[in-house]
Design a protein around this ligand. Structure first.
Ligand SMILES: *[C@@H]1O[C@H](CO)[C@@H](O)[C@H](O)[C@H]1NC(C)=O
Ligand SMILES: *[C@@H]1O[C@H](CO)[C@@H](O)[C@H](O)[C@H]1NC(C)=O
Ligand SMILES: *[C@@H]1O[C@H](CO)[C@@H](O)[C@H](O)[C@H]1NC(C)=O
Ligand SMILES: *[C@@H]1O[C@H](CO)[C@@H](O)[C@H](O)[C@H]1NC(C)=O
Length: 349
């Protein structure tokens, strides 16, 4: 009886296309592995997208379960007090993820972090070092193109952000989204005053008065706002969900083209804010606490005068990983070299 069931399960395994894929890629190694694991009836088998390096192979079983890890499971695992902190990471961004995580850990919010992996390598690496903190939310990208700012791969990546955030809101969690080229100098949660739908920062370089209103800022000389899509806090309200839906629509309505005006999700976010202005309760966070990189790194005098007010520093207004890293180093914000052990991922290399 048990034997017949096992035979049937072997047949269904071999009729499965993913099985054929695996066999093609792993050949004899996989057949040996199968011999060891087959008795475990519930063992999940998935196509594994890598050439077999020995460390990946030896922890094959450990890794493969993350392929099946759902966002509902992941959010439930990391959420504290109904809140999840998310970032989106492709493999080349891991050093920035680690840098950001060290700063988040210093303010004791790291347990809420959920890394939305954009490729299998990130999914496996993060979950190997820090089990349960990475999830795949959509078809993974080719990680070579994903980190090329302005490329279609990059656009496809940012394109998914509103849908990912909406999915987490629909599960009933508040969600803080951060780009990982950020460093926390202070705890941002104490700045999320009141019970608004969405909290965000203005991506401008001009200095604004300290008593600036918390409403959507006035249109600039180009007739638009320039709210940053890099740091957003959302409560699981109808207003926040509506904004995410509108944002996704605005991105879809603006298909990628290889133009100079680097297609980006931020203008779409601003159009969504404009179109939902009377339905969504927004809160603009103070500039002195959440300055753009164009202000913080370039206006040294301003940075010095507002030093004790800074909360999150964003390394934007700068293109390229190595240049961003150099700038963080120059300003004492590259923490991974000397403080790597403070990261829940540990030292990566
Ligand atoms: C939990 O969340 C509520 C509502 O968002 C907030 O007022 C409270 O300070 C949070 N508590 C902790 C311990 O973070
Ligand atoms: C981006 O998405 C489009 C549409 O889904 C797809 O045709 C294209 O191959 C993707 N490009 C990259 C580089 O991921
Ligand atoms: C900010 O302060 C200035 C000068 O004290 C005042 O004129 C302005 O109305 C204030 N703005 C807001 C939004 O409170
Ligand atoms: C939205 O954009 C339109 C057109 O540019 C503008 O007239 C309107 O004032 C904007 N609304 C808000 C709330 O900024």
């Amino acid at each position: 009886m048990a034997r017949r069931q096992q035979q049937r399960s072997i047949q269904s395994l071999f009729s499965n296309r993913s099985m054929i894929y695996i066999l093609c890629h792993f050949g004899l190694f996989f057949i040996l592995l199968l011999g060891v694991f087959l008795p475990w009836a519930g063992f999940p088998i998935f196509p594994f997208p890598y050439k077999c390096s020995s460390s990946l192979c030896s922890s094959y079983y450990l890794h493969s379960k993350w392929h099946d890890y759902s966002v509902a499971q992941a959010a439930k695992f990391v959420a504290k007090n109904g809140t999840v902190i998310v970032c989106t990471v492709s493999y080349p961004l891991l050093p920035f993820l680690n840098n950001w995580l060290i700063s988040v850990s210093r303010h004791k919010h790291q347990e809420k972090v959920l890394v939305i992996a954009e490729d299998y390598a990130t999914l496996y690496k993060v979950n190997e070092k820090w089990p349960g903190h990475a999830v795949l939310m959509s078809q993974p990208l080719d990680s070579q193109t994903a980190h090329n700012y302005g490329s279609q791969g990059f656009y496809n990546l940012t394109c998914r952000r509103p849908q990912h955030l909406l999915d987490i809101l629909e599960l009933g969690y508040s969600v803080m989204y951060n780009d990982v080229d950020m460093v926390w100098l202070n705890d941002p949660f104490q700045y999320l005053e009141g019970s608004h739908d969405v909290y965000f920062t203005d991506d401008v370089t001009t200095v604004k008065p300290l008593n600036e209103s918390h409403d959507l800022p006035p249109l600039n000389r180009y007739g638009v706002t320039n709210i940053c899509s890099c740091m957003i806090f959302l409560r699981p309200t109808n207003g926040a969900k509506l904004l995410m839906k509108k944002w996704a629509e605005e991105i879809e309505a603006q298909p990628w083209s290889n133009s100079k005006a680097k297609p980006h999700d931020q203008p779409a976010f601003n159009r969504a804010l404009n179109k939902t202005a009377h339905q969504v309760d927004v809160y603009l966070l103070p500039q002195a606490a959440f300055p753009s990189g164009g202000l913080y790194f370039r206006n040294i005098r301003w940075a010095k005068n507002t030093k004790e007010k800074h909360v999150i520093i964003h390394n934007n207004y700068m293109v390229g990983f190595s240049r961003k890293m150099k700038r963080f180093q120059d300003f004492g914000l590259w923490l991974v070299d000397d403080h790597g052990l403070e990261s829940p991922l540990g030292k990566l290399q």
